[in-house]
Design a binder for this molecule. Structure first.
Ligand code: UDP
Length: 324
């Protein structure tokens, strides 16, 4: 298949591009390089453009006969979204709407969309499945929930086929060492822990130890970026036969607290990692753990790297010698 990968220069998108090509598909990357990296695209075709400019989208979609689009472009930081909601709705809602309109004009009717656990807001169950209420508590989650709603309406009105994949916490890096997670500034836990282990950065901060969890720190479900890529391939396959708008939660079903992640990183690095306890970060729910039974049974998705130490070890290889 010929697949347009919007956001293919970013962390998850670049892993997807490699996976698509390894599976024999042709991937074209569309990215504004605001947070992505040219080097992450490798030798796939890169078209630099912005979702907020309709002409950019129309041009890239007119340039080839794409069978499907994967849409990874987004602003994705909870705390930033609380401070800059207009940017989040502009990029994540308006940008997605622009893309859908351009796809319709070009006659492309299949989309795999990057969604997030943040659409659920405060968890009402130990493991969050697809029946959990959609009740985001920050603009990031709200922007993705709005985009999902647009996909559902587009299925009815225009016959768009879509799968929204709600990632819990993406982590790790592909074993080749060519690509990995690289944000500036870095806000995510595992890269920050590993940078602290390397003596880099301004010091590791643990945001809050007064949450109602066993050690007071927030619990998240970390899922390997290559496993997320596998789920996208399965979703692409699923859309071959399934009309409508579908959504799946992607996680390992195991929660780890911030302190447990630090302990696992200490085992991987082989030495202690200093940190300080700070105030809570705005917009963080206490626990987010997925039930991915639906992805397993319907998509046949089986994450390979469910072990937190293995996930951190793969990220550690990247952070010790990042290429960008
Ligand atoms: N966190 C932390 N220190 C950091 C980065 C994150 O204590 O330097 C915490 C954060 O408050 C949250 C968890 O780690 O409870 C995961 O945060 P991350 O930003 O990695 O992902 P999110 O869950 O926000 O998507």
């Amino acid at each position: 298949m010929r697949v347009l990968v919007c956001g293919g220069a970013g962390y998850i998108g670049s892993h997807m591009v490699r996976r698509l090509r390894a599976a024999g598909h042709v991937a074209t990357v569309f990215d504004n390089l605001s947070t992505g990296h040219r080097a992450a695209v490798g030798d796939a075709q890169l078209v630099v453009g912005d979702l907020r400019r309709q002409a950019d989208l129309e041009a890239v979609l007119a340039g080839d006969r794409f069978d499907a689009v994967m849409h990874f472009c987004a602003r994705s930081l909870v705390g930033e979204s609380v401070m800059q909601p207009y940017d989040y709705y502009d990029n994540n809602v308006v940008g997605t709407l622009n893309l859908l309109q351009a796809m319709r004009t070009a006659g492309v009717d299949r989309l795999v969309f990057s969604s997030t656990a943040a659409v659920f807001g405060l968890p009402q169950a130990d493991r969050i499945d697809e029946t959990h209420p959609i009740a985001p508590i920050n603009p990031y989650g709200a922007s993705k929930a709005m985009a999902e709603r647009i996909l559902a309406d587009a299925a009815v009105a225009y016959g768009l086929r879509s799968v929204a994949l709600r990632y819990f916490n993406a982590a790790g890096a592909t074993p080749s060492g060519e690509i990995g997670e690289s944000h500036d500034p870095e806000t995510h836990l595992i890269p920050n822990v590993l940078r602290a282990a390397l003596g880099q950065g301004a010091g590791l901060k643990v945001f809050g130890n007064d949450y109602p969890t066993h050690d007071g720190t927030c619990i998240r479900d970390y899922v390997h970026v290559d496993d997320l890529a596998s789920a996208h391939l399965a979703a692409l396959e699923y859309l071959q036969t399934q009309p409508g708008a579908h959504s799946f939660n992607l996680g390992n079903g195991n929660g780890f607290s911030v302190l447990e992640v630090i302990e696992a990183a200490v085992r991987v690095a082989g030495h202690s990692i200093p940190y300080t306890i700070e105030e809570r970060r705005s917009g963080d729910p206490d626990v987010l753990v997925a039930s991915s039974e639906r992805a397993r049974s319907v998509l046949g998705w089986h994450p390979r790297s469910a072990d937190i130490e293995a996930i951190i070890a793969s990220a550690w290889r990247w952070h010790r010698s990042p290429r960008y």
